[in-house]
Design a binder for this molecule. Structure first.
Ligand SMILES: [Zn+2]
Ligand SMILES: [Zn+2]
Length: 354
């Protein structure tokens, strides 16, 4: 069973005479015959459609039945099976809402690397995206602008087949384009689009995170034929930072300090997302202590996260003889009250051993 409109397939009006039908068939059969189009699947299918249309419309009895039944017509006269009925209804509805030639181009994906500083204030990135754009020479129809196209005579350029409502679909002879290509467009080789390194400015909003997708509408591939461009999805990848670690909207920084600095207290220059600032680390600060700079983290709804500075002890890996002696001398003179936690620990150990 064919859903093709046989009149449309042969390109003849619904009141065509038997002679007109014969003539149309001969011309089309000659053009699409498999012997003339070896290894061409499309030609083979067309030849089948043309032959089926001709065998029906050339027989007055079959033609009368076809005119009456439309898409439910079967060549052997049997009633249509339920699944065939469903298929007809389905293709009818599909044809109403969708035209084959109105497609959407491919969506594209592109990963962009951003720094934490860029996450902090947002950024505008210039990206070079190789994408298929609509051919500027032919406007996308693939025909050479110098006499390369001819209005389709069957549908008079509408791209739609005529006939009963249930059959109204794209014109069989021009695939719904409304014209025929006589000479292909050179820059796009008739495809209507070509690959081009498109330079795009893409806004990265503040606060983005790795894996986030930013959609740039209409900057994917142009479709082959008519239709709309696909979309570009820019996928964010936030680069690791030598100083900052991210915890959601908060930023964590480790501040390596020496033992004398922690014992005596020190003014320390620390990094922020915007640059640097100075903090006072008081005397007798223990390693692991956190200092919080409120509102100096990453943007979030209604404000910003915090910047956490964590003090860590940087123990020297090597000492000079002089330094070693100085430390040993200092350790000899330690009183229990100098290291209260260590003293309490030693006491507890002693109790377990007695
Ligand atoms: Zn072109
Ligand atoms: Zn047409």
């Amino acid at each position: 069973m064919s859903h093709r409109d046989y009149y449309n397939v042969l390109g003849v009006p619904r009141n065509a005479s038997a002679d007109e039908i014969k003539k149309a068939y001969r011309q089309l059969a000659l053009r699409w015959h498999p012997d003339r189009n070896p290894d061409n699947e499309e030609a083979a299918q067309r030849f089948k459609d043309i032959t089926a249309a001709y065998h029906t419309l050339n027989d007055p009895e079959k033609r009368a039945r076809y005119d009456r039944l439309g898409p439910l017509y079967t060549a052997d006269g049997r009633p249509p099976r339920p699944e065939e009925l469903n298929e007809v209804v389905g293709s009818f509805l599909g044809g109403l809402f969708r035209r084959k030639s109105d497609s959407k181009g491919e969506d594209l994906r592109y990963t962009v690397r951003v720094s934490l500083e860029e996450v902090s204030i947002g950024a505008e990135k210039e990206l070079t995206i190789p994408r298929k754009i609509r051919c500027r020479t032919c406007g996308g129809d693939g025909a050479n602008p110098n006499g390369g196209r001819e209005t389709c005579k069957i549908c008079n350029g509408t791209g739609r087949s005529t006939g009963p409502r249930v059959f109204r679909s794209e014109c069989y002879h021009c695939d719904g384009k409304g014209f025929k290509v006589l000479k292909t467009c050179e820059p796009c080789s008739g495809e209507g689009r070509y690959t081009h390194d498109d330079v795009l400015k893409v806004k990265i909003p503040p606060g983005v995170a790795t894996g986030q997708k930013l959609r740039v509408k209409g900057k994917g591939d142009a479709p082959a034929g008519s239709g709309v461009e696909g979309d570009l999805f820019v996928i964010v990848n936030v680069a690791d930072h030598p100083l900052f670690r991210r915890r959601g909207d908060d930023i964590l920084v480790e501040i390596p300090m020496t033992f004398p600095e922690l014992a005596l207290g020190a003014d320390v220059t620390v990094p922020t997302l915007e640059g640097t600032t100075a903090i006072r680390v008081p005397a007798a600060t223990i390693p692991g202590k956190m200092f919080r700079l409120g509102g100096r983290g990453l943007p979030k709804a209604g404000g910003r996260g915090d910047l956490h500075l964590q003090v860590v002890l940087d123990v020297p890996e090597q000492l000079t003889e002089e330094q070693r002696l100085a430390l040993a001398r200092w350790a000899q003179n330690l009183a229990p009250s100098d290291h209260k936690r260590r003293h309490a620990f030693d006491q507890a150990l002693k109790e377990r051993q007695t």
